[in-house]
Write a protein that binds this ligand. Structure first.
Ligand SMILES: [Zn+2]
Ligand SMILES: [Zn+2]
Length: 244
């Protein structure tokens, strides 16, 4: 696949997820009917949503810019420029990207809570949301956004090292595995910030359901993982909802 086609489809996935997030946020704020499905009773003011949009839009443009620039240079070196991958390899690479990205995010996130300077100067912006709405996943200090985005790139380098010409199997990173990662990670971020109770995700073992991250926003400490809850169990940072 041509480099520019790869970039175009990647940008389309990111734009699609954020447009989806915009409409989920609008509906969750303006629909009285849906309030009964929200985890917390706190009502979000419409003015809060509109006041947060400038930073949200800035971060979306930053995300598009950094992704395009990074992938422009990485694509010819680290990716396998074909869609013909065995299904099992795509799934294995997808799982590796999700796990490494999430473990990296766990350490970054818990560090931002334990270090008072980082918490007050950088991460506090994201925690203005006590009962979040979907697009607040990207309502963060731009520096936090950039730091968080290293996770998938570390995974891509590692996969390329293990699967690519450096390793035993002469295949780089699968384009489909990367696109699936983008789609799952973005939609999952919208889900855990939506403020709505989970319907399906609670049935997937170790999958971070919306209640898990919503409680992190409400209590400020603990539940630092997002995609998989397993890290909070391993490192003993899981908090329980005392309202249950
Ligand atoms: Zn936090
Ligand atoms: Zn959050």
């Amino acid at each position: 696949m041509d480099k520019f086609d790869f970039l175009l489809y990647t940008i389309l996935i990111i734009v699609f997820c954020n447009i989806l997030g915009f409409f989920i946020s609008l509906v969750s704020i303006h629909s009285d009917y849906l309030q009964k499905y929200r985890i917390q009773k706190r009502k979000i003011k419409a003015s809060t949503f509109y006041n947060r949009l400038p930073l949200i839009f800035f971060n979306i443009f930053l995300l598009l810019f950094v992704s395009s620039l990074g992938l422009y240079y990485m694509y010819p070196i680290l990716f396998e420029q074909t869609l013909s991958f065995h299904f099992s390899t795509i799934l294995l690479q997808l799982l590796i990207i999700l796990l490494i990205d999430d473990l990296y995010f766990y350490f970054l996130h818990s560090w931002m809570h334990k270090n008072e300077y980082l918490l007050n100067k950088i991460h506090r912006i994201h925690h203005k949301a006590i009962s979040p709405f979907a697009l607040e996943y990207i309502y963060v200090h731009p520096l936090e956004w950039i730091m968080g985005y290293f996770g998938p790139f570390i995974a891509i380098f590692l996969i390329s090292f293990c699967f690519g010409d450096f390793g035993h199997v002469s295949q780089g990173v699968s384009i489909l595995a990367f696109w699936l990662y983008q789609l799952i990670r973005n939609i999952h971020e919208l889900d855990v910030h939506s403020g709505f109770r989970s319907f399906f995700s609670k049935w997937i073992p170790f999958w971070g359901e919306s209640e898990h991250h919503d409680l992190h926003h409400e209590k400020l400490n603990g539940n630092y993982a997002t995609t998989f809850t397993i890290w909070d169990k391993i490192f003993n940072t899981k908090i329980n909802n005392d309202k249950k």
